[in-house]
Write a protein that binds this ligand. Structure first.
Ligand SMILES: [Zn+2]
Length: 368
């Protein structure tokens, strides 16, 4: 009897380990970043104090942003701001960490709290505050997870791609120039015989954004989608920028509308993925940001070493290999330096081969 139950136990253990590889469904990974998107808007939608500080005269109830985005609870407000992300993606397909009100936090390990160091930490898995300490157009000396996966999975150059609104991604995204496809800033995107891309490439330079080196996210997403359809890349980073640039200008209306536009854009990307046999149920996605920003009406526009609130970020996960849904609650802090290793883990690749100092895969995705 004892032997028999021990045998049964052994068999059931074996069955469990034998079953788990079948859960490794991920064949493609996508990273989508929203530059400087605060946890305050992501989890709570419209920030009433900021809106109040913007209204010079009249009643707040008559304000257009108030009418469009205000609701009593943070859950209702964020649903108005990002209806697809909260109403569909996080409900039915994924989960999100970083809501400190629920005991979940996500932090940078770099102490810079601005863009290049943040993206470099996401893409290389490690902070280098002594080296990566400006947003200058300087080549990243550390190879990115995009380059590593291109090599490791023997992908051609089109199959590991970065589409960014900010031109500095040309320097951040790869340590070896030309290793992967990078299209960033107001760069044209050429696809032979694709008239729409030709028109959009022309248009983005005739209708320039207000910023040097940053184009509107609209173009970044259109080019990324065209590339996904044509080349079916297995490793992609789509880097959106407007939530940061409008905030620096103190333009809260444009910040809020950018969240909503970005929400629409990720819906478009998601719908494409779901319509494609190459991607549907085979693609893991991380959504995150390079840094947070201030929390008061004085410093919400800002981030960097003097704004410690900016070290608080958020990270969301959609993966056919994870059944987590909704918000993380009462979980240990996770860190920006774990994103690269987590993407690799889903692809059954060990990121420590590229960088032994990098953050480890997030534990919630390694226990299966
Ligand atoms: Zn910024």
């Amino acid at each position: 009897m004892r032997v028999k139950s021990a045998l049964l136990l052994l068999l059931s253990l074996f069955a469990f380990t034998a079953v788990s590889p079948a859960q490794n469904n991920t064949e493609n990974v996508i990273l989508i970043t929203f530059d400087g998107a605060r946890t305050q808007e992501i989890f709570g939608g419209l920030d009433l104090e900021i809106l109040k500080s913007k209204i010079r005269r009249g009643k707040i109830e008559d304000n257009e942003l108030y009418k469009k985005y205000w609701a009593e609870t943070p859950e209702e407000r964020r649903l108005k701001l990002m209806p697809f992300f909260w109403g569909t993606l996080m409900k039915e397909h994924g989960s999100i960490a970083g809501n400190r009100a629920l005991g979940s936090s996500v932090m940078t390990t770099n102490k810079m709290w601005f863009s290049y160091p943040g993206y470099s930490e996401i893409l290389t898995g490690q902070p280098h505050d002594d080296v990566i300490n400006s947003n200058d157009r300087k080549r990243n000396p550390y190879p990115s997870v995009l380059e590593f996966l291109q090599r490791k999975l023997k992908l051609n150059k089109t199959q590991a791609a970065l589409f960014g609104s900010w031109d500095v991604f040309n320097w951040i995204g790869e340590s070896t120039e030309g290793a992967i496809t990078i299209n960033a800033g107001h760069e044209s995107y050429e696809l032979a015989s694709d008239n729409e891309m030709r028109v959009l490439s022309k248009l983005q330079n005739e209708k320039l954004s207000p910023w040097d080196g940053v184009r509107f996210d609209y173009f970044t997403v259109k080019f990324a989608l065209a590339h996904l359809k044509k080349y079916q890349p297995r490793v992609v980073h789509i880097a959106l920028g407007e939530t940061d640039d409008w905030a620096h200008e103190g333009n809260y209306a444009h910040v809020l509308n950018s969240f909503t536009n970005n929400d629409n854009q990720i819906k478009e990307i998601w719908e494409f993925l779901q319509s494609s046999a190459k991607y549907k149920n085979k693609t893991s996605i991380i959504f995150t940001t390079d840094h947070g920003r201030g929390v008061t009406i004085k410093d919400w526009t800002d981030h960097g070493e003097k704004v410690p609130e900016a070290q608080n970020i958020w990270m969301a996960f959609v993966s056919p290999d994870s059944n987590l849904r909704g918000e993380w609650k009462n979980t240990p802090t996770i860190y920006q330096n774990q994103a690269a290793a987590t993407l690799c883990r889903w692809l059954k690749v060990d990121y420590s081969e590229n960088n032994s100092q990098a953050g480890k895969p997030i534990a919630a995705f390694t226990n299966k």
